[in-house]
Structure formats: structure tokens, C-alpha cells
Design a protein around this ligand. Structure first.
Ligand SMILES: Cc1cc2nc3c(=O)[nH]c(=O)nc-3n(C[C@H](O)[C@H](O)[C@H](O)COP(=O)(O)O)c2cc1C
Length: 455
């Protein structure tokens, strides 16, 4: 959705159980002309997958060319927008405007399907206006259109149950979506869309109209956890998670009740830096596994010494001197050992959240002159892509809600606090720079505002 589904929002939706996310729609002509603000919209992250990049336009050639460009960003799907009703799009013959020129819509669809190897999907509306909802022989326009789009080679069709003239007014009509789904000639999945705002309505749409999936738009604004609530309700309508939970607070609803993490067995782990108990966790939305080391016991309202450490294979495993991660990890373990009580959450989010491959690509760029922030930006990432939501959830699960946090990074503090963890004290965990990481540390100080006094 335009101005809504940016990468951060998509990742949040994903984290809360959305099975698929879509980019904002992307103007095909602007892509072909290589307009920077448009090409930026092609940035997707592995954490979002499966993700669709949606394009719109009115000419088969430029749409095909745009699809080829989009394919280089490696989305899981390329979606064609035949549903946007706004004047600047539909009025110019793109988006829902193509509902008035079906031959052209089909030409565009074929051109896009033939241009790429990536599966192509489409999204449209019931028709142009209420007078064009049925063909002369009484067949619903959308039933006929769905067959034709399917014949062009699309792999899925999403239908918003309104006409273009309705814009977003009135109620979405799901009856015609149901008719498309029950047409025996249709074999591609049909995704229903429009006014699905509660878990109960989501279930009703599946049950009454038989759709293969539902697409949720506006109801997620400011409430991405709606996906978790819908999924919980669909899995167990009589379970403890009700639709009213959408009004509850973020932490109550998602972290404590919907169980987005799985806790493993706890075992004793003697190490070179002390003796700890180890508990693994799995993030059920991403499959990523994280580890917690604890020492001693505490009450939930007691401040506890804590380190939330993001994985750094090069530093933590190989002792790389390009960063200070490995030494910080050891120091944190030793500080917990010395105190006799504390918790270390080892988050599986390599390279400030960009993954190992990209971290090494960023290292390469640093060898060519970039600093660590410039390298991330160069690769299309933010300087720090880490997310502390799951870490906060793990801390709560371990009864650690008030922290004496060992960090030099102000963002980590804000990140955890925004997920409802209280930080009562900030404990610096500074390592002196060496000849290999001096520039890296200075960049962290100057550009990322880490509290570093030894640099
Ligand atoms: C602000 C806004 C932006 C939207 N942008 C897009 C878009 O880029 N692509 C698209 O297919 N639909 C877009 N839509 C339409 C929604 O995806 C959806 O079809 C529509 O809002 C009906 O579903 P809902 O009732 O769940 O919101 C947009 C809707 C809104 C309100």
C-alpha cells in the first residue's frame, strides 16, 4: 500500500504472522526511467519473504521492461496492480483504469508474464462501476475477467470487492469474489480483499466464500499484530485470544499471549568465562534460533544485569579484530560471572541485521573506502537493521523486565524500551580500539552515536 508498506512495516507484519507482504505499488515508467525514489521501492529483505513487488502502468512494453528490472531485485512474486482507483493512476489508464480496457489489461498481463521467470500475480476490483458488474449474458464481469487473466498465465488473483467508482466507499461485496472462487474453470488461488478487520470476519470470509487467502489492508494500520490475532483465531476460534485483543497493548497481546517464540530445554553450560544455564529459543515467525545464558535467579521486578548481544560470526567465533564484538561478548559473560547473577541474550541477527553475506559485502566496500555506515547504505540497508522485538519477548519469558543493560548503543536501549522492557541503568561495555577497527569504532561513535570514550 502506497506510503504504508515500506520495508519496516512489512517486516513487522511478517513478524506478526502475515504469510505474504507486498511492496507499495511501483510506477513502471518511473522504473524504466531509473528514477531513484522509485527504484528504492524495490528494496526487499530476506526476512520479508515471501514478498511481492507490485507494479502498475498502462503500456505493455514498459510494464514488461519494468518487470525485468523488478526481477533483478529477486522478489518471490511480481504483482500487477489493476485495482488502484485514484485519478492520477486510473484516470491515466493504469491501475483500475484498465477495467475499462480489458484487451489492454490482458496484453499487459501477457507481456509481463512472458518477460520474466518470476511468478506473476494480479490484483483487481469487481469492475469499473455498478453498471458494468455483469456482462450481457449475465456472467459477472469479474468471473469472466478472472478466467481471462488466468489464461494469460498469472499464478494468483487478488480481488478487492468494490468497483473503481466506489473507491473505498460502501461495503466490500464478497459474493462476487465467492462466485469467482466457485467457478470450476478457475484453478489458480483466489485472494479475497476488502473490509477484513477482525479475526471473526477473516474466518467468515474463508468459510462463506471459500477463498484461498485473504488480504488485509487498512485494518493493519498501526496494528500489525492483527495478523497474529487472526491466525490464532483461525487455528482455534474458541481459544483464549479473542478479537477484542486487538485493542489490548502490544506487549500484552503479542508477547505474552500469542507465543511467537518457542522455548527449548535448559542445560548447564560451563565455559571459559563462567558457568551458565543455556536455554535456546526459536522465533516461530522466522524460524531463527536464539540463545540465552543465565546465571542465578531473580524476581521480575528486580533489576538484573543484562547483555543483548547480536551475533557476529567473525568476531564471536573467529576473534576478528575488525570489530569489538567477540571481546564484548567475553566481557559481558565475565561481568555476569563476577556479579553471580545476570542474563545474556544472544540474538541471531548477524551483521547488524543484514546477514553474513551482506556483512561481508559491506566489509568489501569498506576495503574500497566506505565506512561501516556508508557501506550499509550503499547496499540498500539502514545503518542498523537490528530489531529487538524478539529479544524483548525472550527477556520477558525469562522474567527479566527491568534491566541494568550492558551496552554502548543508544538505539538498543530505545529498541528494548519500545517493546516494554524497563532499563534502569546503562552499563558501558567498552573495548579499546585496535589498529584494525579504529575507523569502524570512530564511525560508530560519530555517526551512530555510540557512547565510546576510548576512541
Ligand atoms: C493508503 C492506501 C494505499 C494503498 N495502496 C495500494 C497499493 O499500492 N497497491 C494495492 O494493490 N492496493 C493499495 N491499496 C488498496 C488496499 O490494498 C486494499 O485493496 C483496500 O484498502 C481494501 O482492503 P482493506 O479493506 O483491507 O483495506 C491502498 C489502500 C490505501 C488505503
Amino acid at each position: 500500500m502506497e506510503d504504508v508498506t515500506d520495508p519496516a512495516f512489512r517486516m513487522l507484519c511478517k513478524r506478526y504472522g502475515a504469510d505474504r507482504v507486498y511492496t507499495e505499488f511501483v510506477n513502471a515508467d518511473a522504473l524504466v526511467r531509473d528514477i531513484a525514489s522509485t527504484t528504492r521501492k524495490l528494496t526487499i529483505h530476506d526476512e520479508e519473504r515471501p514478498v511481492a513487488i507490485q507494479i502498475y502502468g498502462r503500456e505493455p512494453d514498459s510494464m514488461a521492461e519494468a518487470a525485468r528490472i523488478v526481477e533483478t531485485a529477486k522478489p518471490d512474486f511480481i504483482d500487477i496492480n489493476f485495482g488502484c482507483p485514484v485519478k492520477k493512476v486510473a484516470g491515466k489508464g493504469a491501475g483500475a483504469g484498465l477495467l475499462r480496457d480489458v484487451p489492454k489489461m490482458l496484453e499487459i498481463t501477457k507481456a509481463v508474464v512472458n518477460a520474466v521467470h518470476t511468478p506473476v500475480t494480479a490484483k483487481t476490483r469487481l469492475g469499473w462501476d455498478e453498471n458494468s458488474l455483469y456482462l450481457d449474458d449475465g456472467t459477472p464481469f469479474i468471473v469472466d475477467l478472472a478466467e481471462r487473466l488466468q489464461d494469460c498465465g498469472i499464478t494468483e488473483l487478488a480481488i478487492h470487492g468494490r468497483t473503481r467508482s466506489q473507491m473505498y466507499r460502501g461495503e466490500a461485496d464478497w459474493t462476487l469474489i465467492g462466485e469467482v472462487k466457485s467457478n470450476p474453470r478457475i484453478h489458480i488461488p483466489i485472494i479475497g480483499n476488502g473490509d477484513v478487520c477482525t479475526p471473526e470476519r477473516a474466518k467468515e470470509c474463508f468459510d462463506r466464500y471459500g477463498v484461498d487467502a485473504i488480504m488485509v489492508g487498512r485494518a493493519t494500520f498501526g496494528a500489525p499484530w492483527l495478523f497474529a490475532e487472526m491466525k490464532a483465531y483461525l487455528n482455534d476460534p474458541h481459544g483464549s485470544l479473542s478479537a477484542n485483543d486487538s485493542e489490548r497493548s502490544f506487549s500484552e497481546t503479542v508477547f505474552q499471549r500469542s507465543g511467537l517464540i518457542e522455548r527449548g530445554e535448559t542445560v548447564f553450560l560451563p565455559t571459559q568465562n563462567g558457568e551458565f544455564m543455556l536455554t535456546p529459543f526459536r522465533d516461530l515467525t522466522t524460524g531463527l534460533e536464539h540463545v540465552v545464558l543465565t546465571k542465578g535467579e531473580w524476581q521480575p521486578d528486580e533489576p538484573i544485569l543484562c547483555r543483548v548481544h547480536s551475533s557476529c560470526m567473525t568476531g564471536d567465533v573467529f576473534g576478528s579484530k575488525r570489530c569489538e564484538c567477540g571481546e564484548q561478548l567475553i566481557k559481558a559473560m565475565q561481568m555476569i560471572q563476577a556479579e553471580g547473577r545476570g542474563i545474556l541474550v544472544y540474538m541471531n541477527q548477524e551483521g547488524r541485521g543484514i546477514g553474513l553475506m551482506n556483512k561481508i559485502r559491506a566489509y568489501k566496500l569498506q576495503e574500497q573506502g566506505d565506512d561501516t555506515v556508508e557501506a550499509n547504505l550503499h547496499l540498500g540497508f539502514r545503518p542498523d537493521e537490528r530489531d529487538y522485538g524478539v529479544g524483548a519477548q525472550i527477556l520477558r519469558e525469562m522474567g527479566a523486565c527491568k534491566l541494568r543493560l550492558m551496552t554502548n548503543n543508544p538505539v538498543k536501549r530505545v529498541g528494548l524500551e519500545s517493546y516494554g522492557i524497563e532499563i534502569v541503568e546503562n552499563i558501558p561495555i567498552e573495548i579499546a580500539p585496535n589498529q584494525w577497527n579504529e575507523r569502524y569504532m570512530r564511525t560508530k561513535k560519530d555517526k551512530m552515536h555510540h557512547n565510546l570514550n576510548l576512541v
